[in-house]
Design a protein around this ligand. Structure first.
Ligand SMILES: [Zn+2]
Length: 320
């Protein structure tokens, strides 16, 4: 067992949500001032895996038992003054766990598929904090499970930061601003990225593809993050080896997604939702998660002719 906590400075505190915070060692190496407010946080898991986030400069790194230490995790350990031979020992110990992991790991199959496609590790925005009461209230109002590692920021605008992960590494993020100004979102996204692959379980046979990040979070689906699916995203989605059901937003832009799905030979679902419900997240808010999923499964169509028909009916509804 590798205990990263034993390398942390003595001065630290533990939060109720499981973060151990201490003066962040990263900031001074990244052109920022030395942190004196214990804004570095490590969240350890029971198996020895951990993730690190600096609430000051935004540096992130994580370590998953059974995998090689990433470049960013090594850097962090060096900045924490962990001796080089200890770092190598951690890496070795981790790889020894690999075989045990594959026997136990429920997500192992998904993880292996995801490993075939790589993204660059990214930082999260600087000056973030844990969710405030009102931010949690906002997410609860949208029926979003609070176990996702959301962050909160106030500068330059109040917003919820949603890390984009791939194989449990941070590879980008989006911020949903909570004031009423536009744009409502900003995104740091890499080409070909699909949100929600880490929400998928091994035994699921199908996967629901939606546009928005909140749509995906509310039903454990995948989000392509705009009203189109590029070729790199298609490769990633196909690599999961699931039956794909595309659920477009019920607006003009969403119809582009339908055409693309037909071209790819994927199933499409355009449920007849109550008035005012225009996407999956709206449907979950109105009908509950299970209710929304039932409408999606019931309206699933695989035949091109039936999909075209459904699309025409929707366009007609939209225009009346
Ligand atoms: Zn930092």
């Amino acid at each position: 067992m590798i205990d990263v906590l034993s390398f942390l400075p003595g001065k630290r505190k533990q939060t109720s949500s499981g973060w151990v915070s201490f003066n962040a060692p990263c900031c001074i190496h990244r052109g920022d001032t030395q942190d004196k407010r214990q804004r570095g946080g490590i969240k350890p898991s029971a198996d020895g895996s951990w993730s690190y986030h600096c609430f000051n400069c935004g540096y992130t790194a994580s370590f998953v038992l059974g995998r090689t230490l990433t470049f960013k995790a090594r850097k962090l350990l060096e900045w924490m003054n962990v001796p080089q031979e200890e770092i190598e020992r951690m890496n070795l110990e981790s790889l020894k766990q690999k075989s045990i992991e594959s026997l136990l790991g429920e997500r192992q199959e998904v993880v292996q598929r995801l490993q075939s496609i790589e993204f660059e590790d990214k930082d999260l925005p600087a000056e973030t904090r844990e969710l405030t009461e009102s931010a949690e209230e906002y997410l609860r109002g949208r029926c979003i499970p609070l176990d996702y590692p959301f962050l909160y920021k106030t500068m330059p605008r109040r917003g919820i930061v949603i890390p984009f992960t791939h194989n449990n590494q941070v590879v980008g993020h989006t911020t949903r601003f909570l004031d009423d100004r536009t744009p409502r979102y900003i995104q740091d996204i890499q080409h070909g990225y699909v949100f929600g692959t880490d929400l998928q379980k091994n035994n699921w046979q199908s996967v629901i593809v939606v546009e928005g990040v909140f749509d995906a979070l509310s039903i454990n689906g995948l989000a392509v993050l705009h009203a189109e699916i590029n070729d790199a995203q298609v490769r990633l989605i196909r690599s999961l080896g699931r039956d794909v059901i595309v659920v477009p937003d019920q607006d003009e832009a969403g119809m582009k997604l339908v055409d693309r799905a037909v071209e790819l030979g994927w199933a499409v679902s355009i449920p007849e939702w109550p008035a005012g419900v225009k996407d999956v997240n709206d449907a979950v808010i109105r009908l509950g998660r299970l209710g929304a999923l039932i409408t999606i499964m019931q309206a699933k169509e695989t035949s091109k002719i039936k999909i075209e028909l459904r699309k025409k009916q929707l366009v007609k509804r939209l225009r009346t």
